[in-house]
Design a protein around this ligand. Structure first.
Ligand SMILES: *Cc1c(COP(=O)(O)O)cnc(C)c1O
Length: 393
């Protein structure tokens, strides 16, 4: 099918909830994708932080193939090996106590909100169910996670929303202290806000919030759906923050392109969710878990070091362009935001795509890069040359 035919078919039959770019992607290798006509695009998006090992990764494909032949799915009423091995990897490499597996980021965040509410209910009874989240956060598209999201534009149309959220200004500890009341059971945050504009939280701020949580017996919930699984140059972003979260959600990059989400819990929070309290039919699916095991196997210390190095390389090159349209470079590892000025990030992203570079945007006129973590220096240079040709001084 040509791009034109595919666009017409999609527009006829797929519900139009996405503002798609006028580009069809047929296949890929490394961090490069190709349309049906064979045109090449350097990919600085990795499917919004999903294809952590890039496209056409043979070890990943083989892990999926082998597992699909052996056992494609089994219910959670029985034990399956990939799920157990994956939980072991995640816990031993983070110091967390146990894992729960689901299918998406929003579902993972719903899970940790349920965890916090039940933890508090078990210990203190009703009336202590509020979760404080941060302004400009993004936590998902279900009715509850939309309300958890600290951006008013997401609190429309779908009334009534789930009650029990308060919003504090990021990096302003006194605002969080003022915002929280005696109904609070948890604080939930991204350590680098992704959709909200690639805004990192200060280490001091996060430490203060963690201490306040401990003092009040509020659970500290970290949304690592975007920052997790190597994206920022450590396996999870919280490992660079000197905190001990009670729950950490993950999704996007975990299985390298198969749908999987989930969360890790601390020793303290672990007893809260016993048999019958939470479940997912597809959760811990053997194929998705086998793919995730391959992702984690790839992400050794050397790999994570290279993620940090490649991130620094991109940031330095962008700074070197001395573009009048780039006000600041934000982020960490291969989660990078360019604060645009005098140019619209959305239009810039479209212009880059037509020149062969795929990029994302984020709230607040930010051009966002989330390339596959395996991207090569040659591919980075090709992408940067396209950026330079459009925005360079
Ligand atoms: C993408 C994202 C989500 C939602 O994940 P889905 O898989 O789309 O449900 C939640 N939190 C953060 C931080 C995200 O980046």
């Amino acid at each position: 099918m040509t791009t034109k035919e595919l666009m017409a078919l999609d527009q006829q039959y797929v519900l139009g909830t996405y503002g798609r770019n006028p580009i069809a992607v047929d296949h890929g290798k490394g961090a490069t994708v190709y349309d049906p006509e064979g045109n090449e695009y350097i990919d600085f998006t990795s499917g919004i932080g999903v294809n952590s090992l890039g496209y056409g990764n043979e070890a990943w494909a083989k892990a999926i193939y082998d597992q699909a032949l052996k056992l494609g799915h089994m219910s959670n009423l029985y034990y399956t090996e990939p799920c157990a091995l994956l939980a072991e990897q995640l816990c031993t490499r983070t110091g967390m106590s146990a894992a729960f597996f689901g299918n998406s980021g929003a579902e993972a965040n719903e899970g940790i909100i349920k965890l916090a509410r039940k933890y508090s209910y078990d210990k203190y009874g009703e009336g202590r169910a509020t979760v404080v989240t941060l302004k400009d956060s993004f936590h998902g598209r279900t009715i509850t996670t939309l309300k958890a999201t600290g951006q008013d534009m997401f609190h429309q149309y779908f009334y009534p929303f789930t009650e029990g959220f308060l919003y504090a200004t990021p990096n302003d500890f006194s605002d969080l202290v003022l915002t929280a009341d005696d109904t609070v059971c948890a604080v939930m945050m991204e350590l680098i806000q992704g959709e909200g504009g690639v805004n990192p939280l200060d280490k001091e701020y996060v430490k203060n919030v963690a201490e306040l949580c401990k003092k009040n017996d509020w659970l500290l919930l970290i949304d690592e759906v975007q920052t997790g699984v190597g994206r920022t140059g450590t396996l999870f972003a919280f490992q660079d923050y000197d905190i001990e979260p009670d729950a950490v959600s993950f999704a996007k990059g975990i299985a390298g392109g198969l749908p999987m989400g989930g969360f890790l819990v601390s020793e303290k929070a672990r007893p809260t969710l016993g048999p019958g309290t939470h479940a997912s039919t597809f959760g811990g699916n053997p194929i998705a878990a086998a793919a995730a095991l391959e992702v984690l196997k790839t992400m050794d210390d050397q790999f994570l070091l290279e993620v940090r190095e490649k991130g620094n390389y991109i940031a330095a090159a962008v700074a070197n362009m001395r573009s009048g349209n780039i006000e600041a470079i934000k982020g960490k590892g291969l989660m990078i935001g360019l604060q645009m000025i005098g140019a619209d990030a959305g239009q810039t992203s479209q212009a880059l795509a037509s020149r062969g570079l795929l990029t994302l945007t984020a709230h607040g006129n930010v051009l966002r890069f989330l390339p596959p973590l395996t991207i090569s220096i040659e591919e980075i240079d090709k992408g940067l040359a396209i950026l330079q040709s459009l925005l360079g001084a």
